[in-house]
Design a protein around this ligand. Structure first.
Ligand SMILES: Cc1ncc(COP(=O)(O)O)c(C=O)c1O
Length: 484
């Protein structure tokens, strides 16, 4: 039994910290050889960790186990979900935050975090080419950010109907969004109590972009059904395929119908920093609100999300609760330094330190370098797929998300066969090789899906991954033929 004095002892911390930093540095330097996703059965893993709890391991042994068993996003073979490998300095920032344990709810509790948060929002507003009236805050993830932005939209658009105090009453609000949008928009609408009718999915075109020419008709239809549209949401980009809606057309429609224009840029807003692809986000500057995750394409640990409002003051209208011991919500003063007035959270991790440390120590260029690098890798993967027999792309990638499938030309396959085959190929790849990729279903067809988030992945890794897929596909088809 250790004493609390030992637990808080600075010298013990020093020794433990040095060991751990060494362990992490070793971990990072061996990441290039790592199996990206060591597979575990949940129950087996649960038992293993029960044993660890019972076994009184040393901290070094325990962390070693943890490192070994986890998903390795720093492996160049990691090409799975939209989670980036955090730049190591951001992990050190987290360690600092772990000790300081400030909260940005009110200035007194987290002055440093609040100041950095404001500067991070200002800096990225400028980098993204947003208006100089832009203001905002940071929050825990894209899901919460989208909900908070829509709550702000409701308060800003309908200040007279006091929804906050009286509920939705007679009004039946709705939003319009690409049917391919992330499910958290649907969730936000349901949380706000607007039900199934509160979300109108606009059909997507063959590249999974919103068919903006259908917006007018959808709005008219909604109105005749007694709904009151609040907002149109542009996806920049969609989750499955990384497709960017035409934000200029969405902005035009929002203006024409007097609606709020929100952009879910959780994944793709950083693409604005890529000189060769920034046109995909033309119109972004017209958004009333925008969200962007820093843990998908901006090298930060999860969760780190920015919420931007073209008119920064709009964010102050969202919440009206009294919390006399903390904040005054009765004031019209923009007390930007009390972040809790605008955020869903009360206590909130000082996540701005992660972004700020990158900005302060390396400069804004590293963000551009990163985005260009991963987008270029995705283009290289698409190129290789296009020239490799028996593979086909679902669509040319706009950013670092690539959807494709194995489709042997030698034999006839039904659509079900192909779905089954691709799901089996992925399962085998993940189980039997060092690579980690995921899959998605696009219009009923199973596709393999890679998100290139690791800037240290190289063409050789892409080639090796495709070779493994090809060999697995061939073997599975041969097996099927012998069994038939
Ligand atoms: C377009 C989009 N929006 C929102 C989210 C949700 O973000 P988070 O996981 O940070 O809550 C995602 C996650 O993949 C996404 O791709």
């Amino acid at each position: 039994m250790k004493s609390l004095e030992q637990l808080y002892d600075p010298e013990r911390f020093r020794a433990l910290g040095h060991t751990l930093v060494d362990q992490l540095a070793d971990y990072l330097s061996s990441a290039s050889k790592a199996d990206a996703n060591p597979q575990h059965e949940p129950e087996v893993m649960l038992d293993g960790y029960r044993d660890i709890l019972a076994g009184h391991l040393s901290p070094a042994e325990f962390f070693n186990n943890y490192l070994k068993d986890s998903l390795h996003v720093h492996s160049p073979n990691y090409m799975g979900h939209q989670v980036n490998p955090p730049a190591p300095i951001t992990a050190l920032a987290d360690m600092v935050n772990g000790i300081i344990n400030g909260s940005t709810a009110i200035f007194e509790m987290g002055s440093t975090g609040a100041v950095m948060e404001r500067l991070v929002i200002e800096k990225f507003a400028a980098l993204l080419g947003l208006a100089n009236t832009t203001g905002g805050f940071m929050t825990n993830g894209g899901t919460l950010a989208n909900l908070t932005a829509l709550l702000a939209a409701r308060a800003a658009k309908w200040p007279e109907g006091d929804v906050w105090s009286d509920g939705n009453k007679d009004i039946r609000p709705c939003v319009l969004v690409n049917e391919e949008a992330h499910y958290c928009i649907d969730r936000a609408v349901k949380i706000m109590g607007w039900g199934e009718a509160g979300i109108i999915g606009i059909p997507a075109d063959e590249n999974f972009r919103m068919r903006t020419e259908l917006i007018d008709e959808a709005i008219e239809k909604a109105k005749t059904e007694g709904l009151t549209p609040l907002a149109i949401i542009g996806s920049a980009c969609t989750t499955s395929t990384g497709s960017f809606d035409d934000l200029t057309a969405v902005a035009d429609a929002a203006v024409a119908h007097g609606l709020w224009f929100h952009v879910d840029g959780a994944h793709g807003a950083p693409v604005r920093l890529d000189p060769n692809r920034k046109h995909l986000l033309d119109g972004l500057e017209r958004a009333d609100s925008l969200i962007m995750d820093f843990h998908k394409m901006m090298m930060c640990p999860s969760l780190t999300t920015g919420v931007f409002f073209r008119k920064g003051a709009d964010a102050y209208r969202t919440f009206h609760q009294k919390a006399d011991y903390l904040l005054s919500f009765d004031t019209n003063e923009e007390d930007w330094y009390n972040m809790g007035r605008r955020t869903f959270e009360c206590t909130k991790n000082m996540m701005s330190l992660r972004v700020f440390s990158l900005l302060a120590c390396y400069g804004a260029e590293v963000f551009t370098d990163y985005v260009v690098r991963v987008n270029t890798l995705a283009a290289a993967l698409a190129n290789t797929i296009n020239t490799t027999p028996n593979f086909e792309l679902a669509l040319e990638p706009d950013c670092n998300i690539v959807c494709f499938r194995y489709r042997p030309h030698t034999t006839n396959h039904t659509s079900d066969d192909l779905n089954h085959l691709n799901a089996m190929i992925r399962a085998q790849l993940v189980q039997e090789t060092a690579f980690y990729i995921v899959q998605t279903t696009l219009r009923g067809q199973v596709y393999l899906r890679c998100t290139l988030t690791n800037p240290l992945t190289q063409q050789t890794h892409l080639d090796a991954m495709l070779e493994k897929l090809s060999a697995t596909g061939k073997a599975l088809v041969a097996l099927r033929n012998t069994l038939q």
